[in-house]
Design a protein around this ligand. Sequence first.
Ligand code: DGY
Length: 293
Amino acid sequence: MTPRVHLSEHVPAEVEQALAASFEIVPSVTEADGVVAMLTVTVDDAYLEAAGPQLKIVANYAVGVNNIDLDAARRRGIVVSNTPDVLTGATAEIALTLMLSLLRRVTEGDRFVRRQEPWQFSLEFMLGERLAGKTVLIVGSGRIGRETARLVEAFGAVPVLAGRDADLDALLGEADIVSLHVPLNAETRHLIDARRLQLMKSSAVLINTARGPVVDEAALAEALQRGTIAGAGLDVYEREPEVTESLLGLENVVLAPHLGSATRDTRVAMGMLCVDALRAVLLEGRTPANAVT
Ligand code: DGY
């Protein structure tokens, strides 16, 4: 019998075709041997219980697996896979984009031009800062953190990679830019809170392309309003897609709608990793290379 796969959301056509070549696509997880889950779906005990004992694999269409209760999956012998490597470059590029947009005031300038405010070139108009020469603290030394370090170095900045054992409190005070690249888990929830924002230089900016709850967003909004830090570039939010309202009116904040992996090639490559994992488990009876349980 052809194994059955449920898609929690629409996937790119190339990915759907690849899935349809090996599996029967079914409308409900209760009929599925495997599921392709988006990061917006909470796969917890209740979800897995409702899915039923036939479910063998959850292929998460993301590298971050914070939407999945891994212990609940393990208890049931369900394989969970993710999509590492293929989105590393795209996500690091978004971190760099947020840094440059913020430092060079690009989105602020864009809003200014669209308002059709009167202006002409002048020597001290809307001056920003160069990335070159800045100390960039990269919090998280995994693939995306290391790639971001490589990119900022190419722009003449000095990356400082802070892994798990780093003394974050000590490093925060030295950085001009703090860029977050850690997975969301119990240890990293509110890693950047009011106390740590206070440790940053008042001229420093915070970049978050990891997961929203890594930052206490209310504390960040307050720090930005008070001038505790100079700016923020955010691709992710604590209660995504909701954004703390006071952030919306701040010129020194660049906001993106979770675009880290948002290029067509990247999203197709992520989907193909899901297809490979489903094939490994459901057709070949083996553990996929990108299994996280
Ligand atoms: C991920 O993969 O975890 C990104 O946040 C979305 O692609």
